[in-house]
Design a protein around this ligand. Sequence first.
Ligand code: ADE
Ligand code: ZN
Length: 332
Amino acid sequence: MKKENNINHYIDLHAHLDGCITVGIAKKLAALQKITLPSAADEELLSILSVPDTCEDLNDFLKCFDLPLSLLQTEESLEEAVYLVLSEMERDGVIYAELRFAPQLHTQKGMPQETAIQAALRGLKKSPIPGNLILCCMRGESNQKENMETLELARKYLIEDGGVVAIDLAGAEAIFPTENYEEFFAKAREYKVPFTIHAGEAGDAEDVKTAIQMGAARLGHGVRIAGNEEVIRLVKDSGVFLEMCPTSNRQTKAVTDMSGYPLKDFLERGLKVTINTDDPAIERTTLSGEFRYMQTLLGLTEDQKQQILFNSIDAAFTTDKRKKELHQQLLF
Ligand code: ADE
Ligand code: ZN
């Protein structure tokens, strides 16, 4: 049965923990750890924690993570942050979320990656909504060891629902292309660890092609396949899901002209698109805000929004049982 009233339940499959630290959460984490924030004024904190209008590209965007990351270097703060972020999502109408973070970015004060994962799992246990964790590996040139450790830990903690369900590859795509990670993802396949890869965000359609050939079940963004008919066909035929993040794409200049944002076109051509936030605190958005944005910008209909949410359920790294429950929640 089709739902008659407007959509007010959402599913976020692509949200980075360190990109979800709002002013309110930052103040709580600072108080918990007796850390003095760079400003006591909310307006000033907001401008430090969120992306400036002058943001030129993804590399510029990634500089905004210094302060939130500095607040996420202890077990207590990670546990609390996961809980607070998922609680904030619930208030926005999110009924299921996959929160991702890179354990290797939480070792500044000596916390081992495994301890960071265990802390995040404790936060997840307290969540008011069902959710899962995706462990990010990071693009770079001197962190192969750290990425391997993350993969080994993903294998160790992998579960079908209620914990670590997959890995990701995040970071500067234009500097460290996806093809550099072929061996790494061959190992992930051998370990049967499912994965999504940021691809076609700061890189191009070739990165998307590579990520699909490497076995990614989902792609972070994928927006730069627009205009490349060969790769669009590949995305369609492979059935890979696109985790699209509109405000993020505008701010990082993944897309230069938002009036031509390809989400609706992709959807109408049968690509499995989903709508997500990426880094809502840094972007000053929420998931309900992203759906409204796409409705206003592209005239997305209620039926299309529902289709997108059904895609999110299909794409989720979780059990069929959880998927059935989410379907019911969306329909009634
Ligand atoms: N880390 C946080 N946000 C990211 C993005 N949009 N792309 C790559 N890495 C990220
Ligand atoms: Zn991302």
